[in-house]
Design a protein around this ligand. Sequence first.
Ligand code: SF4
Length: 213
Amino acid sequence: MPLQELSASLHNCQRCKLAKLGRTQVVFGTGNPTASIMFVGEAPGSNEDQKGEPFVGAAGKLLDKLLESAGLSRAQVYIANVIKCRPPNNRDPEPDEVETCKPFLLQQIEMIQPKLVCTLGNWATQTILGKKVPITKVKASAIKLERFVVFPLLHPAAALHQGNLLETLHEDFKKLRAYLDRMDAPVTQAIPAAAAAPTPSPATQPQLDLFGS
Ligand code: SF4
């Protein structure tokens, strides 16, 4: 199923309770459908819920700057969230909501076939890795899964709330740039749709390949 069809199929999704807890619309994702790099956040906030796009508020503006600092643009990458509907009062997603919505993120990854998935914050990182590992232990490291590499980063919203994390986030995006430069193939190059492979297996035991090791 093409990405657009998956998006259309979720237009009025009622599969979890977030459908009836005040969302304006489903926020599917945006960007290059053949991107080699995906960014995955947690869930839509108020601005995202209104506009129907991920990362369009203050955290989105910071993400744009961070992308630029790493030589990337929104047009090159694809951006999505684990949860496609806004939780009320920006509360954390609940486990049943993550379990219900996660398959759609995995389908997005399967269709886009990124080489690199940059998870933003604890929720996205733990969802993709399939294990409870603190973001502070794995951030700015390249973790090889079966189908792609995960590169966890702090969530930009965390840096907006705790200013001392801003410098760390900038440093980590420098490490992302350095990692991209070290990769064999230029990862900003689109992957042909014909190269599509089976569903990724996020629960696969990750192999840590930390920077500088
Ligand atoms: S959060 Fe996901 S599963 Fe729940 S209603 Fe929205 S799209 Fe459907």
